[in-house]
Structure formats: structure tokens, C-alpha cells
Design a protein. Structure first.
Lengths: 334, 519
């Protein structure tokens, strides 16, 4: 008699069908947001200009969310990302102010972010403190450091020193055939690379494995600590780049920028189908989540909806996304 | 143990023709079960036979699609678990279902707290005293009257926690108590105590449905049995009338000619050698060597340090003293698991769900995780190569029930264990450290795992395995060493071992001096 006669498998939820199913929710959300605002403000919302605005607004949240996606899939969280973005924009502005070229400012911002990430990852792995606590501490430290470095005010480098960094984030780009800001194209390229890294490299599988079951990863000889540190450094790099982009858009290094942005960034990742308990999540979903959030905020601005209401809506969406995730899990388990 | 019972005195619980379908799977296809008061009724069958589903139907967690149930002569249709509990059905789960932060008394009263108003009503001091008194009373019935019911449950040893769960059943005056593998988390001494208590409950007239994989245990405690297979009742009868062999044959549905592979393997060179190694707490001292082509068994009581020994050898836990060599080359005792794996050591964890496998990840990912290099091209993973490589291992170990892309948690326990072993083969390990490789898998899969271990040893691999089940070690291993309070005794050829010699060494130590009771 065949001992394995009872079918072990539920065919749904596997392979690419399962993956597409997981992306259905963020796609529907995005579609709803676009549909609602197109009906409220047909002229203004469904315009090329607005699309360009949304594209450029997606860049900051999007770059941050790519790094955050790695952290969340590995089973961690980085609450410090908003503060690190502010710190990176300040260090970048100081670099410009000191007469260095924009490329140097970009490098300094990126380096700032990576240093913060290294510290986060180092503390999480070496001292075995939960990432929630470590990055909560870093949230305060980076914000304070930014204010200290900037002397509690904005750092405004000479406008001409911002150079190409300004055009990089210009929503009506030169030349016009680019259609959207170069930074948005860069985001797209980074997202594609990050998606490949997460799904198609041993490093990516190791990240998923650590988030799925850290003990198993260790038992399989995965370099758990090193991988985790790299993950936080990647998230810091994302924050640093987002800081440079913020600097380009504002033209100043503002230590009070990006307050609460970590909420939007984490929301983008969770809306995109990631599980806060780790092991699940993807870059495509994250990008849809980020895009949906910027469409929402652009739409609210156009429709004259107050910022505070926007925050309430985003908070509600996060709860809804996590609820949907929970329901899906429960259904899978039973 | 007691007077022979009349063949069927007024069954208290009758389940007849119970059917239940989950999606495409017919989990129960007409199961019948009759249990009388004052009887321990063993419910046996392979994993997946439908035992748990049947008990879920009984305890109101699932509703049956068809079939009749009656309890004490009245139709039994619980609307949910709480209703079932009020009606007198108590479940003792395999995994402890207690809130570790609550006190013993609070756990026992959980869900039936004596408050005036439901839910939000204040638990008055007198109610609290009542809860403590109830807890003391039921724990007293279980032989633990001296236990302080205000103690935090999480601070108690596992065996006592198990009793608290039983106490919870007694507190609601359960007439039927269902025990699902109640000894699986207990050591032998605690298990013995538990079995005594099962007997005591029976003598008080409670009907007990006892689910267990351990035949010896069932033999000791049960009066009657029902075997279910593939969702149907196969047979039912008195334990005294049935031999172990026929019981197993009923369970697996085929003749039991060869559970264990034939012996006669030839040992080659020493692959792994440990000299006086010690861990942080356990092991205290262990020396062993294992040669290619042989299976070395490690016996011992729960808590003796078998798992810790294997974890030290694998590099998962720190070794603080002693020397280890792999393939004759000495390695430093602080060598990481990754370097040891590269030297050819592989480890299968006893905790398959928590540590052994990343359950939500796919079969292929779980299998290939230690060595992804061969399935990449230019640093990028190739799903084609992953499927092909994983597929080869799956067919090699005859894992049926899905390809490499499905989550490993959808496989049966036996197939999951094969994935954990296949991982070592993919990793190309030639020293296999297997901690309880057959724990929690059904007997059919066990037979397959035994045959696989034999085949691997014959192909020149060196295997060290632990097991809490002595007949298994005697049937599979070439040599057996016994661990006693963290100290590993000498390995003896299996021909020189018997169950009783191993057991006395496990309890008393190698020289039989018996420095006190084992943990």
C-alpha cells in the first residue's frame, strides 16, 4: 500500500500563482486610489504633470522602502530610517556648503546612511538586542545628531552648488523625452536590481531564510550575523540616498525633515505583501505600495484634503494591510 | 492492572460513522469509536490517519459532515470548544496549552473564572480563594496537593505543567478526557508518574481516550483500543487479545515483515572523533568515534545531554573543553558550524518545526539552502537548476506529494524529515549527526528512514543518531553508547546490548553505581 496516499499538498498558494495572488491586494489598492482621485479631480489628477509629481515623490519613500524590504523580510525592522534620511540630507548639505561637488555630497549622504545601518546591524547582532529597540534608539540618536550638526537650523548651501542634484530630481526633466525625473528612472533600475538580488541570489535566499526561521538558517550554515549586518547597511544606504534626493528637492539640508516617514516606508513594504514576522515580502509589491502612497498624498493635496487627514488614512491603510496579511496566513494554516 | 472489564458496559461516548472533508481531502470516512466510563481507550493509527481530526470533532473544534455522536446516552452536538468543555469533554494537548505567565490556579480556572458578572466582573477575594482551593483540590487528586497554586505556571517543570492541564480537565468535572501524546514532552520518570495518574483517573470512573505512538505505553495503560487508518476504523478490541505486531500491521495496513534493515555493515576508517569534550552545561564529558559505514547510537534519558552532545559536535553550541577531529584532522573546538559543514559534518535537529526546517519556505529552498552554489549561474540562482537538483533528491528519497516549489509545511512529518536528511546529502556531508530522526513521524515513514540510514551507511557515510526509543537503536545501530547525566559511556557492539542493559545504564550510569537519581 502506498503510505503517502493522502495528498499532502494544497495546490494554491504555491509558485507564481501564489505570488501573483499576494500582489493582488496592493494592485487593487493602487487602482482604487487612482480611480477615486480621478473621479474627484479628473482634470488635475489624471494629468502628465501630476504623474510626474507622483513619480518624483515616490523616489524618497521608494528608495527607503527597498532597503526596508530587505530588513523586514529578514525578520527585522528599522524605525530609524526617517531620522537617518534627515541626517544624511544634513551631512550632504554640509559637504556642498564646504565647497565640494554634488557627487561628493551624494557619497557623503550614502556613507552617512550606511554608517548608521552598520551601527544598527552591529548592535542587533553583537548585543542581541531586538531590532525594534536598537533602531528606536537610532531614531533619536540620528535625529539629535542631525540637529547638532546643523546647529538646529537648515543648512542652505549656495543654490548653484547643488548642481546636477537639483536637475536629477526635477519633475519636468531636461531633455523632455525622459518623461520623468532621472531620479525616478534610477529608482526603477535600483528596484529591478534589488528584486533580482532578493529572489535570485544566494544572499537573497539567505535573507528570506533568516526571516523565515533564523535557527534553521544557522543550522544550514548561513552566515546569519554577517547577512543581517549587510541587510541593515543596505537599508542605511537606501536612507542615505533618500537623504541626498531630499537635499536635491529642497535645496537645503533640513534636520527636521522626514519626521514620521518611517511609518510611510514601513507601510509601503507591508502593503506590498511583506509579513512583519519575516520571511515574506518582495520588491515589486513594495514599489506598488510606495507608488500608491505617493498617489494618495498627491491626490489629497490636489483635492485639498488636509495633511492630518492623510496621516489618518495612511494609518488606516497599514492596519488594513496587516489585517489582510493575517487573514491570508490563517487561511493558509488551517 | 485492574479487574477485566465487562465487554461493553453502557458506553459513555459513542461516535458512529463520523465523516469530515477538508476541501479535497476526505479526512474522516466513517469512523466509529465507543468508550466506556472507567476505561482507558487507546486510539492508534499513523500520522494523518485522522486521530486528531476525530478528536477535534469530539471537542467541538470541527463539525462533522455526517455521523452520530452521543455522550451519556444523549446526542452530542457541541457548538464549540467551550460548549464541549462545559459538556464534560476535556482535551489534554500534545503541546502544552497553558499561559506561562498566569498562576496555576488561574490556568486551571481559565475560561471558567468564578466571577459574578461574565468577563468584566471583578474576581472578588472570596472567588480568588475559591480558585486557589479548586486548584489545590484537583492538584491533590493528581498527587500534587503540596503545589502552591499561586505559583507562576511557566516556572514549573514540564511534567508538572502537564499535570496542571489535566487539573484543568478535572476542575470542570470532565467525564471524558482526551490525551493526545501526553508523554511526548516528558522524561521517562515523569511519564511513568503520568501513566499512574491515568490509571487513577480511570479508577475514578472517567473515560479516557489515549492517543500515543508508543506501543509499550499503550500496552501499559490501555484496556481497549481502536485502530484507525485513512480516516476509517479498522478494528477495535481488548488490548489483552492483541499482539504488538498485529496492532502495527493494522496501523500500517500491510504485513510487517521487516521494520529494521538487516545488519552486517562493514566499518571503515574513523570519520569523526571526539576526546573528552564538554559543553557549557552539557555534555559533561564525552568521547566517541564513528567510522564510515557504521551507525553509532546514543541512548539516554531525557535531559541526559544527548541533544547537547550532537549540537556540540555539529558546532551549533560551544564546546568548552576537549578535542574533535574530522577525517583524522584535528579542528579547533571553537570551529564554527559553517567550517564543520565544509569539512563534511551535517546535522538534523530533533526540533523539526522550530529549527530543522524553515516551514514556510519551499521544499527546494529548504533542501538546497546549505549549498546554493551549484544551482547558480554567474551568481544568480537558476530556478531550472534548483528544480532539477531538488527533484533528483526527492525522487531518490521517494518523497511523494508535490514538487520542489511547494512550502515544506504542506508535507507530512515523514516527508519533512526526509527533506531534512536530503539536505545533508545535498550538502555532501559524510558524517551525519541525527538527533531523534524518527520523532513524531508515523511508523511507515520510520521504516523508510531506517532503510535510508542503512543505505547511507553502506555507501560509506558515518552516522551518529540519538533516540529515546531503545528498540529502534537496537534495530538500526552497529554500536550503542549510553549517556548518563552528561557523561557518555563506552560504545558497545549492538550484539552486547539489550533493552534492559541500556536502560539500567541510562538510569544508573556505566558502572551501575547509580550516583543518585537521573534528571
Amino acid at each position: 500500500m502506498n503510505i503517502e496516499a493522502t495528498p499532502d499538498v494544497t495546490p494554491a498558494e504555491t509558485g507564481w500563482i501564489g505570488r501573483v495572488g499576494r500582489l493582488a491586494a496592493p494592485f487593487i489598492g493602487l487602482f482604487l486610489v487612482i480611480a477615486i482621485f480621478t473621479s474627484i479631480e479628473p482634470q488635475a489628477f489624471a494629468s502628465v504633470r501630476n504623474a510626474q509629481t507622483i513619480a518624483v515623490q515616490t523616489v524618497v519613500v521608494g528608495i527607503g522602502a527597498i532597503g526596508m524590504c530587505f530588513v523586514i523580510v529578514s525578520g527585522g525592522i528599522d524605525l530609524s530610517i526617517g531620522s537617518v534620511i534627515a541626517l544624511a540630507s544634513v551631512t550632504g548639505a554640509l559637504t556642498l556648503d564646504a565647497g565640494h561637488p554634488p557627487t561628493a555630497a551624494l557619497a557623503v549622504s550614502a556613507g552617512t546612511g550606511m554608517a548608521c545601518g552598520l551601527l544598527n546591524g552591529g548592535l542587533v547582532t553583537a548585543l542581541r538586542i531586538p531590532p525594534f529597540i536598537v533602531t528606536l534608539g537610532m531614531l533619536g540618536i540620528a535625529r539629535g545628531l542631525a540637529k547638532l550638526l546643523a546647529g538646529n537650523q537648515r543648512i542652505a548651501p549656495p543654490p548653484e552648488s547643488v548642481g546636477w542634484l537639483e536637475g536629477f530630481v526635477d519633475k519636468t526633466p531636461e531633455p523632455t523625452w525622459l518623461l520623468m525625473a532621472p531620479a525616478a528612472w534610477c529608482l526603477l533600475a535600483i528596484a529591478i536590481i534589488a528584486g533580482l538580488v532578493l529572489r535570485r541570489t544566494p544572499f537573497g535566499i539567505h535573507v528570506v531564510a533568516i526571516g523565515s526561521s533564523e535557527q534553521t538558517a544557522r543550522l544550514c550554515g548561513v552566515a546569519v550575523r554577517r547577512t543581517k549586518i549587510v541587510v541593515y547597511v543596505l537599508c542605511g544606504l537606501g536612507a542615505g540616498l533618500a537623504g541626498a534626493v531630499t537635499l536635491g528637492r529642497l535645496g537645503v539640508g533640513d534636520p527636521t525633515t522626514a519626521v514620521g516617514l518611517e511609518l510611510q516606508i514601513i507601510a509601503a513594504v507591508v502593503i506590498g505583501g511583506a509579513s512583519l514576522s519575516g520571511g515574506e515580502g518582495g520588491i515589486l509589491g513594495t514599489m506598488i505600495g510606495a507608488f500608491m502612497l505617493s498617489a494618495l498624498s498627491a491626490g489629497c493635496t490636489l483635492a485639498g484634503i488636509d495633511n492630518s487627514v492623510q496621516e489618518i488614512i495612511i494609518g488606516g491603510i497599514i492596519v488594513a494591510a496587516v489585517t489582510i496579511d493575517g487573514i491570508r496566513h490563517r487561511r493558509n494554516r488551517s | 492492572m485492574t479487574e477485566p472489564l465487562p465487554s461493553n458496559p453502557e458506553p459513555l461516548l459513542v461516535m458512529h460513522g463520523v465523516r469530515k472533508r477538508f476541501g479535497g481531502v476526505q479526512a474522516l470516512r466513517g469512523v466509529s469509536l465507543e468508550v466506556s466510563p472507567g476505561e482507558v481507550h487507546a486510539l492508534v493509527g499513523e500520522n494523518g490517519a485522522g486521530k486528531s481530526t476525530l478528536m477535534k470533532v469530539l471537542s467541538g473544534v470541527e463539525r462533522p459532515d455526517a455521523g452520530e455522536m452521543s455522550l451519556g446516552g444523549r446526542p452530542w452536538r457541541p457548538s464549540g470548544p467551550v460548549d464541549a468543555r462545559r459538556g464534560g469533554i476535556a482535551m489534554i494537548h500534545q503541546e502544552l496549552a497553558l499561559a506561562p505567565h498566569l498562576s496555576v490556579a488561574e490556568n486551571i480556572a481559565l475560561g471558567v473564572e468564578p466571577s459574578r458578572l461574565p468577563w468584566l466582573g471583578r474576581i472578588s477575594p472570596s472567588d480568588r480563594r475559591g480558585m486557589l482551593a479548586t486548584a489545590r483540590r484537583v492538584m491533590g487528586r493528581l498527587g500534587h496537593g503540596d503545589l502552591d497554586p499561586a505559583r507562576r505556571t511557566g516556572d514549573l517543570p514540564a511534567a508538572v505543567r502537564q499535570l496542571v492541564e489535566i487539573g484543568r480537565a478535572l476542575a470542570t468535572d470532565a467525564s471524558v478526557v482526551v490525551m493526545d501524546e501526553p508523554t511526548s514532552s516528558l522524561g521517562r520518570r515523569d511519564a511513568d508518574l503520568l501513566l499512574d495518574i491515568v490509571g487513577r483517573l480511570r479508577d475514578e470512573g472517567i473515560a479516557i481516550v489515549y492517543i500515543s505512538h508508543f506501543l509499550e505505553e499503550i500496552r501499559r495503560v490501555a484496556d481497549r483500543f481502536t485502530v484507525i487508518r485513512d480516516g476509517s476504523t479498522v478494528t477495535s478490541g481488548r488490548m489483552a487479545d492483541e499482539r504488538d505486531e498485529t496492532l502495527v500491521e493494522h496501523m500500517i495496513g500491510r504485513p510487517l515483515d521487516a521494520v529494521f534493515p538487516p545488519g552486517g555493515r562493514e566499518a571503515g576508517e574513523i570519520r569523526l572523533e571526539a576526546r573528552s569534550i564538554a559543553g557549557h552545561r552539557l555534555p559533561v564529558e564525552a568521547s566517541l568515534d564513528v567510522r564510515s559505514g557504521e551507525i553509532l547510537g546514543i541512548a539516554g534519558l531525557v535531559g541526559a545531554g544527548r541533544t547537547e552532545l550532537l549540537r556540540c559536535l555539529a558546532g551549533l553550541d560551544a564546546t568548552v573543553r576537549g578535542d574533535v577531529s574530522i577525517h583524522g584532522r584535528k579542528i579547533h573546538r571553537s570551529t564554527s558550524i559553517r567550517k564543520r559543514m565544509r569539512a563534511g559534518v551535517g546535522f538534523v535537529s530533533e526540533d523539526r518545526k522550530g529549527e530543522g526546517l524553515a516551514l514556510p519556505m519551499s521544499v527546494g529552498e529548504n533542501l538546497l539552502l546549505p549549498r546554493l552554489g551549484p544551482v547558480t549561474s554567474g551568481g544568480v540562482l537558476s530556478s531550472r537548476r534548483m528544480d532539477a537538483t531538488a527533484g533528483r533528491w526527492l525522487s531518490r528519497l521517494s518523497v511523494r506529494g508535490g514538487g520542489s516549489g511547494i512550502p515544506v509545511e504542506t508535507l507530512s512529518g515523514g516527508n519533512q524529515q526526509k527533506i531534512a536528511i536530503a539536505r545533508l546529502l545535498h550538502q555532501d556531508a559524510d558524517v551525519l549527526l541525527l538527533d531523534e530522526p524518527t520523532r513524531g513521524i508515523d511508523i511507515g515513514s520510520k521504516v523508510q528512514v531506517y532503510a535510508l540510514l542503512d543505505e547511507l551507511a553502506r555507501a560509506g557515510r558515518a552516522i551518529v543518531m540519538t533516540s529515546g526509543h531503545l528498540p529502534e537503536l537496537l534495530g538500526v545501530c552497529d554500536r550503542i553508547a549510553v549517556m548518563h547525566r552528561g557523561v557518555l559511556g563506552p560504545a558497545r557492539p549492538v550484539e552486547a546490548c539489550t533493552e534492559s542493559s541500556l536502560m539500567s545504564e541510562a538510569v544508573l550510569g556505566p558502572d551501575g553505581s547509580g550516583e543518585g537519581e537521573a534528571a
